[in-house]
Ligand binder design. Structure first.
Ligand SMILES: Cc1ncc(COP(=O)(O)O)c(C=O)c1O
Length: 441
């Protein structure tokens, strides 16, 4: 009934792209899907395990894994049961079930700050609704956030995250898209990450207006910058002292190193967090998770609105359950750790002998590639040394050799493997990375 038309030869493939561009801006349904290294989007025909095939029939070992969403691998067998069960139950759109409760219970057990859960679709939706709650609870509109962190594309947070070098200290902070009103930027205070002094002094200056400290605890969206020892603890202490809420955006960091996310990995518990990406095992699912006292401010108990026709569809609930059941097993983490040890040992060796300065930074199964330095990168300013053109060339070289790193427009972002990758796959990734760097000199 739904037959994917596979183009026959380059001319037909080009024609598909032309059709795409005629009806979809840039031919892609998400702007970052446009691949600068290829000069067009990546149209796919199928995916399985650690691989996907493009519309031209080329096979790729996948080092994007849906930006971290398909951590179990593509076409994980549990998904077949998800679709089958949802079908048998009639789809059930806009209605809750005991599966919703079970998944919320599982997450409350796993996530340190978890006492209540509300599900959303995308991560952007989750941060938007969580921030509304934070503002309602704290009674203060201003938000402290950090350079290099990403919290979704909406008007509340696409401000001050990735400013150009000459806009780092701009106030109101740099707006990352046209169309975002300046009045919203005035509600944001953007600071360097890992700078305790800057955080304390901003809090002292704005303590009557700031209600929320928003942190992407592992800054995957800037090449994987880790919190310096003591920084998260200090943010926790300042939030407590000044009656602010500590909000960890763990859309990406959830379940990358352990089931409890970065808050478990670093031992600092926020008041509220958002999780997403891998939670849905490839289906759209994110969640807002926090202390009961806050979360019970959502209507119908309180006066904070959070509703949506497509909140928590049954398929996403079931795939979320499939995912948490998997990450509860020791076997999952044993495999992930062993693949990680092999990959990161190899990448460090490659970085050492690479003629092009490059640094790989990791947390759990995802890592950043930063060109232009061999030294640790601990904040956004340092990451500005990253050379975007080199990144794009690296992606071109690796995809030519059958390994897909997403180029993020050349930005230092994040890449990673899944449960479906094997030790042989990792060897191949290392060889291709090495060969590509050598070929780029
Ligand atoms: C930390 C963080 N927050 C929010 C988002 C937005 O999530 P989504 O792309 O599902 O809207 C992302 C996505 O990359 C993210 O990494």
């Amino acid at each position: 009934m739904f037959e994917l038309q596979i183009p026959n030869g380059d001319a037909e493939l080009d024609a598909v792209y032309e059709r795409g561009r005629n009806v979809i801006p840039g031919g892609v349904c998400s702007s970052t899907r446009f691949n600068k290294a290829w000069g067009r989007g990546v149209y796919a025909s199928k995916a399985k395990g650690a691989r996907f095939w493009d519309l031209g029939g080329r096979e790729f070992l996948d080092m994007s894994m849906s930006h971290g969403a398909t951590l179990l691998g593509h076409k994980h067998p549990s998904l077949q049961q998800v679709f089958q069960t949802a079908w048998e139950l009639g789809g059930l759109c806009s209605l809750d079930t005991p599966f919703h409760i079970e998944l919320a219970e599982e997450l409350c057990r796993m996530i340190p700050c978890g006492e209540r859960v509300r599900f959303t679709g995308s991560g952007s939706e989750a941060t938007l609704h969580a921030l509304r709650l934070c503002r309602a609870v704290s009674g203060r509109d201003k938000i402290i956030r950090f350079h290099g962190h990403f919290h979704g594309y909406h008007e509340l947070t696409y401000i001050g995250g990735h400013p150009p070098a000459d806009q780092l200290d701009a106030q109101p902070p740099y707006r990352e898209s046209a169309g975002i009103p300046e009045s919203l930027a005035e509600l944001i205070i953007a600071l360097p990450y890992n700078d305790a002094e800057a955080l304390e002094s901003a809090i002292l200056r704005h303590k009557d207006d700031v209600g929320t400290i928003l942190i992407e605890p592992v800054d995957y969206n800037c090449g994987c910058i880790l919190p310096e020892p003591g920084f998260l603890e200090f943010a926790r202490k300042l939030a407590d002292t000044h009656g602010m809420l500590l909000f960890f955006d763990e859309i990406q960091s959830f379940a990358k190193k352990s089931p409890g996310g970065a808050q478990a990995d670093f031992g600092v518990t926020p008041d509220i967090c958002t999780i997403g990406k891998s939670l849905g095992a490839g289906l759209p699912l994110s969640a807002i998770i926090g202390r009961a006292e806050l979360m019970d401010r959502y209507a119908p108990l309180g006066n904070v609105a959070h509703s949506g026709t497509f909140n928590a569809p049954l398929t996403s609930m079931l795939s979320g359950l499939a995912f948490v059941r998997e990450i509860k097993t020791d076997g999952f983490w044993r495999i992930m750790e062993s693949l990680g040890d092999q990959l990161f040992r190899g990448l460090d060796e490659i970085a050492e002998r690479s003629p092009i300065p490059v640094r790989f930074q990791r947390h759990g199964c995802r890592f950043g590639i930063i060109f232009g330095t061999r030294d640790p990168v601990t904040n956004y300013r340092q990451s500005l040394c990253h050379d975007k053109q080199t990144m794009i060339e690296f992606c071109r070289q690796t995809t030519e050799r059958g390994v897909y790193f997403h180029d993020y427009g050349g930005g230092a972002c994040h890449h990673g493997y899944s449960l479906a990758h094997t030790a042989d796959d990792i060897d191949r990734i290392l060889n291709v990375t090495d060969d590509s760097l050598q070929a780029m000199c």
